[in-house]
Design a protein around this ligand. Structure first.
Ligand code: UD1
Ligand code: CA
Length: 430
């Protein structure tokens, strides 16, 4: 299809009450704008993002993740508003799909719906019980007449429950005529993109309302909207993964990032949080555990385990209150209360309760490598950089600071002392 997409993201987003630009607020681990870009990229390759407020910050963020996106900086001083945002934008294809950058629930399928048929303008319309916040779509004799912004509505118009969802598919040639002709004669003294509808109707062009679901076209203007949109997206993400065979106990208590993926038979207990682009394969993540951007295969974690970014666990058992960070564990058992950071541990090794890889000296981080069949006794500290070869036993309470030999027992303890009858001397005979 010969289609261009323009995403409007220049607004300040004052209603968010935040120093972060509105469109960079995240929903399910991905910024609102990236949700819109991903849906757009799935249907076309000419995408322009319009920026103004904190433009360089947003552009940098986009360029870190995407290639080939065009940018247009709005002259928002002279031409504020969604119509002003379109001034000077030159889509290269015959039809242009314009969407707001604050619609994170949009999908490729719903965008495609807007491109069907042969009307000169398709516009997205939602029917709402409470139309609060949206522009009202005035329809007479089944024909769209115009869009009136909430702030410009008279009493009757304000009651209209048919609202503008904020996505339009327009013949590019119409935009070339209508955008320069927009004025700002309205309550907000802004150039409204929505005024092109009346222009088209007056010129006898065909304007087709496409009725869509609020679930997918919800605009996010406040932190409250953001939380509602997240709930909707979470429900959608979890439904898809359950259909694909992931078991979830009390799914309403589980969080899954939009980039997380599952394979094989996975079980997620209540309160689990799967963050970032984690990949979970045939594993059981138990109550209140957190997995951050890590790969977990054929393993179990928790309850209350925390696996921090860039960890790879395979055939491994992680028990309660164990924290793992940037570590690779193959065939390892760490049942209770340990910190494993910047480490790689091989098959058959056991990490006792209270073991700490001391990876940080206050300036730099260092690595710990542990070979096969190493038994690390409880409450031991492994001072990195450190390499422990295969078949080593480390006695409970040992501080390991030096290289050790394969097959040895390591222990560093002050010898035990015993003072006879001290208790009775101190407390008296009870
Ligand atoms: C807009 C529509 C309204 C519709 C609603 C749907 C207009 C005039 N109104 O209202 O009819 O019901 O979306 O969600 O279009 N933006 C710019 N430059 C600007 C102003 C805004 O790029 O000067 C961008 C914003 O970053 C945002 C999008 O346009 O992504 C929409 O702006 P917003 O202020 O949220 O418009 P609404 O008041 O929600
Ligand atoms: Ca909005």
């Amino acid at each position: 299809m010969s289609l261009s997409v323009v995403i409007l993201a220049a607004g300040q987003g004052t209603r968010m009450k935040s120093s972060t630009p509105k469109v960079l607020h995240e929903i399910s681990g991905k910024s609102m704008l990236f949700h819109a870009i991903d849906a757009s990229k799935a249907i076309c390759d000419d995408i322009t993002v319009v920026l103004y407020h904190q433009a360089s910050r947003i552009q940098e963020e986009i360029e870190k993740h995407y290639e080939g996106i065009h940018f247009h900086i709005q002259d928002a001083q002279k031409f504020p508003g969604t119509g002003g945002a379109m001034k000077g934008v030159t889509p290269k294809n015959k039809r242009t799909l314009i969407l707001n950058g604050d619609m994170p629930l949009i999908t490729k399928e719903s965008l495609l719906m807007l491109t069907t048929g042969d009307a000169e303008i398709n516009m997205s319309v939602i029917c709402l019980d409470v139309p609060q916040g949206y522009g009202r779509v005035i329809i007479e004799n089944d024909k769209v007449q115009k869009i009136v912004e909430q702030k410009d509505c008279n009493e009757k118009e304000a009651l209209t429950q048919t609202v503008n969802a904020g996505i339009y598919c327009v013949d590019t040639s119409l935009l070339e005529h209508y955008i320069p002709a927009l004025d700002n004669d309205n309550a907000q003294a802004e150039y409204y993109l929505t005024d092109i509808i009346k222009m088209a109707v007056d010129a006898n062009k065909t304007v087709e309302p496409i009725y869509v679901k609020e679930e997918e076209f919800k605009g996010v203007n406040s932190k409250l909207d953001l939380a509602h949109a997240e709930e909707i997206l979470q429900r959608r993400i979890k439904t898809e993964w359950m259909k694909a065979g992931v078991s979830m106990r009390l799914p309403d208590t589980i969080y899954i990032d939009s980039q997380a993926t599952f394979e094989g038979e996975c079980i997620l207990d209540n309160g689990v949080s799967i963050q970032g682009a984690s990949h979970i394969i045939s594993s059981h993540i138990k109550t209140h555990s957190i997995i951050e951007s890590s790969q977990i295969e054929n393993s179990d974690v928790g309850p209350m385990g925390r696996i921090r970014p860039d960890s790879i666990l395979k055939d491994t058992h992680i028990g309660n209150f164990v924290e793992v960070k940037q570590s690779t564990l193959h065939g390892v058992k760490a049942g209770h209360l340990a910190y494993i950071g910047n480490a790689s541990i091989e098959e058959g090794s056991n990490i006792g309760a209270g073991v700490i890889t001391c990876n940080y000296d206050g300036k730099n981080k260092y690595k710990t490598t542990i070979g096969k069949n190493v038994f690390v006794g409880s409450d031991s500290q492994l001072i990195a950089p450190l390499n422990i070869p295969d078949d080593v036993m480390i006695a409970a309470g040992t501080t390991v600071t030096k290289e050790v030999e394969k097959g040895s027992l390591i222990l560093s303890r002050t010898p035990q002392k015993s003072i006879k009858n001290f208790f009775y001397k101190f407390f008296g005979n009870v």
